[in-house]
Design a protein around this ligand. Structure first.
Ligand SMILES: [Zn+2]
Length: 219
């Protein structure tokens, strides 16, 4: 996992961050060491009305359908001065039992969005498996786009917008990976869906036109 203060990598057994001194033990001492049961949308601050909550549920459902391993959860709460949103996000990834539709979704594939409506701030904490897919600059860019709705008190809009942007970014990665120049066109037979990709000998570059995925005519 990443350190919630400086984004340096922390191993599961590491009690504190070597780079900045952040203490996982202190967070645990403050918030507890037990697992807590959480809804996918936890609105402790009471900022969402029923219509907004239902709409966000469908947005999160849609996200889970598109990315079957992942889930997104939202936490809306007014935090004390002693706790930051990234601190809480770090703890939730390690101690939150989120009520997703499938029990198989693990927190490694969680995207937890935290909003403090009073501070007008948001944070996104990722499970370990997603840290590579959504690098820090992308997350910062997504969060920057939320400043305006948060200033206006539009919490539901901010969460929906973040979800769409994450969705869009992950789909773009999928498309880029699908368009690898050495992948075979469908007419020749595409084995990538069978999970045999790495066993297949890679095609010589000269046979394919980069970007089109089509076989080039032999000279
Ligand atoms: Zn750190």
């Amino acid at each position: 996992m990443k350190c919630p203060h400086c984004s340096a990598l922390l191993s599961a057994s590491q009690a504190s961050c070597m780079a900045c001194g952040f203490s996982a033990t202190a967070i645990r001492a403050y918030l507890g060491a037990d697992w807590v049961r959480l809804e996918r949308i936890t609105d402790v601050a009471g900022r969402l009305n029923l219509r907004e909550t239902r709409h966000l549920e469908t947005v999160l459902d849609e996200f889970e359908r598109r990315f079957p391993q992942c889930f997104m959860a939202a936490y809306i709460g007014v935090l004390p001065d002693t706790l930051t949103l990234p601190d809480l996000g770090f703890w939730l990834i390690n101690h939150g039992a989120f009520q997703t539709h499938q029990i198989t979704r693990r927190n490694d594939f969680a995207i937890v969005m935290l909003v403090d409506p009073l501070r007008q701030q948001a944070a996104i904490t990722l499970g370990y498996a997603l840290e590579q897919a959504l690098p820090e600059p992308i997350l910062q860019e997504i969060l920057k786009k939320l400043r305006r709705p948060l200033r206006r008190g539009q919490v539901a809009e901010a969460i929906e917008s973040a979800c769409h942007r994450v969705d869009q970014f992950l789909r773009n990665i999928g498309h880029r990976e699908h368009r690898q120049p050495d992948s075979l066109p469908a007419s020749v037979g595409d084995a990538s869906d069978l999970g045999l990709h790495s066993l297949r000998p890679s095609q010589p570059r000269s046979l394919t036109q980069p970007g089109t995925g089509r076989l080039a005519d032999k000279p």
